[in-house]
Design a protein around this ligand. Structure first.
Ligand code: NOJ
Length: 553
C-alpha cells in the first residue's frame, strides 16, 4: 500500500476538540461590579490555553434584560454593556485565536427577549412583527383558557395572555421558557432570513461556530395540538408537539450552507434534548449540524453497565451519520457532577440532573463525589470524538446547595412555585485565589459582591491552591488533556476488554482505560500506569471509584 493510502485523513478541529464552556457572568469580573465580563475573560485566556483545551464556548453575551441569564436576547448583533463592548468582543476573538483557541458563541433562535425590538413592535400592534411570534386566541367562551396544554420548561403554562388595543384581554403568546422569552414563529421566512444574517454577522467577525440553544424546539407541530395529560412523563421522553419536529431539519440545512460558505468552514453544536440517539443523529446528518451534546452520558449514573450502554449507543448512532460523539459531564443547567456522584446512584438513566429533590433527603458525600469526578474525566477524555468541560469542574467544584432563597436568581425558582431551587447552584462565580470571598473573582477594591454568594469552603478549591498541589484535580485535568492530545484523539470506537461487571475497561489505540465504579478494588493487568485518578492505584490494584490509563510496558 502506498504511504498516502495508509495515512489517516486529517481530522477537523471540531471532530476531536476539548471545548471549555465559559459561563461568562461567573467566570471572572474585570471591573469590580460582581458580574463576570469580557475584561475578566480576556485576562484569563492564557490560563485557559494552558489547560490544553482547543476551544471556548461562551454562553450568550448579547444585550439582555437577564430574565434568564442572557438566554433572553434583546439584540443579537451586540454585546451586553455590563459584559463589555463589541470592540472588546472582537479583541477577545483575535486574542483567543492567537493562543490557538477557537471561539464558539451561543445562538438563541427559539425565542427572543420580550425587550427585543421585534416583540416590542408586536405588542404595539405591528402585524408584520406579530407574525414573527406565536400569538393565538385562547380557548373557552371568552378566550380565557390558554390555546393548548403546553407547559413552560420552567413550570406553569407556556402561554401568557395580553391586553388588546382597547385594553381588553386579548390573544395569548407562546413561551416555552419564561414569559420574557416569547417563541419565534419559524414558519415565517423573515425569521429564517434574520438568523442566517445573524450567523453571518458573527462569522464575519471570525467566530468559529455556534452552540445552538434548544435546537430541538424551533419547529412546532402544525396546529399546535395539545400534548395530552401525561403528568409524570419524563422530560422529552415522549413525542411532544413542541419538540423535535421533523421540520426543524430544513432550518439547519440552510444554516449549514451559511457555515460552509466560509473558509475555514464554521461549525455548530446542538443542544437537543431528544428521546434517543436515533433522533439525535438526525441533527448530525452530513448536510446539517456538526455535533450535538451527548446528554445520556451526562444523565448516566455512576454505574459501569449503564455508562457502557450509553457509550455504545452514542458512538454507534453517531458513526452511522459520520459524526463524532460529544461528551459532557456538566453545564450551566444541571447539578454539578461532583454532587450528582455524591449521593446514592439511580439504577438507570435519570432526570436527577435537574430534579434537585434529593437535596434534603440524603446528605452529599462530596469526598466520594470528587473521587468519582476525577475518575469520570479520565473516562470522558479517553472516549472518541469531542468533549465539553464546564468552567470550575477542573477545580472539582460541587453544586452550591445552600444559596439563601432570597438570593436565588434563576426564574425556575419562582416559575416552579418555589418547588425547584433552579440552576443557581452550578452558576456560582469561580474561585481563583485567596482564602475568602470573592476569591479573586472580582479585583481588589470591587464595589459589589459576586452576584451569587460563594461558599467559604472554596478556599481550598481556588485555582491558586490547586495549582500548587501536584495531586490536585486541576493538575489531573492538565495531565489528562495533554495525554489525550498525544494518544487518544480521533474517532476510533472503544474496544471493550473483559472485566468485572462494575468496571469499564476498553482500549483505544495504545491506551487502555480502566474505570472501577464498584465497591471493591480489582487487579489491573500487568501494564505501565500512564495516568491514574487516585494515588490508591498502586501495586496493580484499581480501588473503587478510580480510573487508570495503561500502556504496554
Ligand atoms: C437552554 C439553556 O442552556 C438554558 O440555560 C436556558 O434557560 C434555556 N435553554 C432557554 O433559553
Amino acid at each position: 500500500m502506498s504511504k498516502e493510502a495508509t495515512q489517516k485523513p486529517a481530522m477537523a478541529w471540531w471532530e476531536t476538540a476539548v471545548v471549555y464552556q465559559v459561563y461568562i457572568r461567573s467566570f471572572r469580573d474585570g471591573d469590580g461590579d460582581g458580574l463576570g465580563d469580557l475584561a475578566g475573560l480576556r485576562a484569563r485566556l492564557p490560563y485557559l490555553a494552558s489547560l490544553g483545551i482547543q476551544a471556548l464556548w461562551i454562553n450568550p453575551w448579547y444585550p439582555s434584560p437577564m430574565a434568564d441569564a442572557g438566554y433572553d436576547v434583546a439584540d443579537y448583533r451586540d454585546i451586553e454593556p455590563s459584559f463589555g463592548t463589541l470592540a472588546e468582543g472582537e479583541e477577545l476573538i483575535s486574542e483567543a485565536h492567537a493562543l490557538g483557541l477557537k471561539v464558539v458563541l451561543d445562538i438563541v433562535p427559539n425565542h427572543t427577549s420580550s425587550e427585543h425590538a421585534w416583540f416590542k413592535a408586536a405588542l404595539q400592534g405591528d402585524s408584520q412583527a406579530r407574525a414573527r411570534y406565536i400569538f393565538r386566541p385562547g380557548k373557552g367562551d371568552n378566550g380565557e383558557l390558554p390555546p393548548n396544554d403546553w407547559e413552560s420548561n420552567f413550570g406553569g403554562p407556556a402561554w401568557t395572555r395580553l391586553l388588546d388595543a382597547e385594553g381588553l384581554e386579548g390573544e395569548w403568546y407562546l413561551h416555552l421558557f419564561a414569559p420574557e422569552q416569547p417563541d419565534l414563529d419559524w414558519t415565517n421566512p423573515e425569521v429564517r432570513f434574520e438568523f442566517e444574517d445573524i450567523l453571518r454577522f458573527w462569522f464575519d467577525r471570525d467566530v468559529d461556530g455556534f452552540r445552538i440553544d434548544v435546537a430541538h424546539g424551533l419547529s412546532k407541530a402544525e396546529g399546535l395540538p395539545d400534548f395530552g395529560v401525561q403528568p409524570d412523563a419524563p422530560v422529552h421522553s415522549e413525542p411532544h408537539p413542541a419538540w423535535d419536529q421533523d421540520d426543524v431539519h430544513e432550518i439547519y440545512r440552510g444554516w449549514r450552507k451559511v457555515a460552509d460558505s466560509y473558509d475555514p468552514p464554521r461549525i455548530f453544536v446542538a443542544e437537543a434534548w431528544v428521546a434517543n440517539n436515533e433522533r439525535l443523529a438526525n441533527y448530525l446528518r452530513p448536510d446539517e449540524l456538526h455535533t450535538a451534546f451527548q446528554f445520556d452520558f451526562l444523565r448516566a449514573p455512576w454505574r459501569a453497565k449503564v455508562m457502557r450502554e450509553v457509550i455504545d449507543d452514542a458512538t454507534d448512532s453517531a458513526a452511522e451519520v459520520g459524526a463524532p460523539s460529544t461528551w459532557v459531564l456538566s453545564n450551566h443547567d444541571v447539578v454539578r457532577h461532583v454532587t450528582r456522584y455524591a449521593r446514592s446512584q439511580p439504577p438507570a438513566l435519570s432526570e436527577s440532573v435537574w430534579v434537585r429533590a434529593q437535596w434534603d433527603k440524603e446528605p452529599a458525600d462530596l469526598e466520594l463525589g470528587l473521587r468519582r469526578a476525577r475518575a469520570a474525566i479520565m473516562l470522558t477524555l479517553a472516549l472518541p470524538g469531542t468533549a465539553y468541560l464546564y468552567q470550575g469542574e477542573e477545580f472539582g467544584l460541587a453544586e452550591v446547595e445552600d444559596i439563601p432563597s432570597e438570593l436565588r436568581q434563576d426564574p425556575m425558582w419562582w416559575q416552579s412555585g418555589y418547588t425547584d431551587p433552579g440552576r443557581d447552584g452550578c452558576r456560582v462565580p469561580l474561585p481563583w485565589s485567596g482564602d475568602q470571598p470573592p476569591f479573586g473573582f472580582s479585583p481588589e477594591g470591587a464595589t459589589k459582591s459576586p452576584w451569587l454568594p460563594q461558599p467559604k469552603s472554596w478556599a481550598t478549591r481556588t485555582q491558586e491552591a490547586l495549582e500548587n498541589d501536584p495531586d490536585s484535580i486541576l493538575n489531573l485535568y492538565r495531565a489528562a488533556l495533554r495525554l489525550r492530545t498525544e494518544l487518544l484523539e480521533g474517532m476510533t470506537p472503544p474496544e471493550w476488554i473483559d472485566s468485572p461487571a462494575d468496571v469499564l475497561a476498553f482500549r483505544r489505540g495504545d491506551v487502555e482505560c480502566w474505570v472501577n465504579t464498584g465497591d471493591v478494588g480489582i487487579q489491573l493487568p500487568d501494564k505501565r500506569v500512564l495516568l491514574r485518578s487516585d494515588d490508591g492505584v498502586e501495586g496493580g490494584q484499581l480501588p473503587s471509584d478510580a480510573a487508570a490509563w495503561l500502556v504496554d510496558t
